[in-house]
Design a protein around this ligand. Sequence first.
Ligand code: A3D
Length: 311
Amino acid sequence: MARRKIALIGGGQIGGIAALLIAQKELGDVVILDIPEKENFVKGKALDIQEMTPIDDSDCNLTATSSYDDVAGADVTIITAGVPRKPGMSREDLLEVNLKIISDVAANLKRVAPDAFHIVLTNPLDSMVYAFKKLTGFPKQKVVGMAGVLDTARFRAFVAMELGVSVEDVAAVVLGGHGPTMVPLPRLCTVGGIPLTELLPKERIDAIVQRTRDAGTEIVKLLGNGSAYFSPAASAVLMAEAYLKDKKRVVPCAAYLEGEYGIHGYYIGVPVIIGAGGVEKVLEVQLTDEERAMLMNSLEAVKKAVAETKL
Ligand code: A3D
């Protein structure tokens, strides 16, 4: 079988790490697309990783471009084109500038990659993935937002750090929009099959929930210029791999809801199955009244950002 083709739309911090991870996992050939002013910069990144492949024993061709014609025939796109946060900024502060960029990306991908599985990361995530879907008209199964995989990984990492256990044994779900209103669900978190609520007192769990909500901002403050990129790149690559290998992974993602959780016509974080069909199914979890209220509060924040897109 010919190698699959993965297009990274935006070759900045996340795009570069995603290229590295895709090469190491031999998921397919990589094309990095960026704006003309950055073409040489992304060509340099692609070549650097290409020259690493013999060390890793991985067969993968990496190229970089500013022409969408080179993206034609992509199986997957990972869209990070846009501007990241600086200290003191909310994700919503990026809406105006990133909406223009997403509109440009959508118009081009509609032309060259109508059949790909599109994974959007550009912030503010829930409204940018909404805009991408509206502007392209692509089916909801083929347009998904990456947020929940990362938010869940952060929650799992903090639980593992707190208990001194393997991250492998911590399973968790985080729902809602990608921002301070997200809804980690400690009730459903298990550690080697044991409910987290039996292992930690409520105040420690509450502290982990809060740190998860603030995790992106914590990193923005520490980095001083830009936002997290290793963990977001790994999260997007996990989703790409689930699609390319038809793994049927169960992960939270920003999915387009048409009645699930009582939500109509918005993208928001919910558990889904990702396989060869893209977002094959949204899994509905019975929520407590309190959890449901938090999800609806998060939806209000998403709706506000979506309204600003005027789409
Ligand atoms: P950065 O390193 O600035 O890379 C963005 C790249 O996009 C740059 O190389 C730009 O030149 C490029 N770009 C700008 N406009 C265009 C365009 N029209 N077409 C193609 N490429 C373009 O940022 P980053 O990689 O750190 O972050 C990228 C985005 O992801 C930002 O919007 C972040 O806020 C977002 N992000 C999301 C998460 C989530 O969990 C959802 C996490 C971290 C970052």
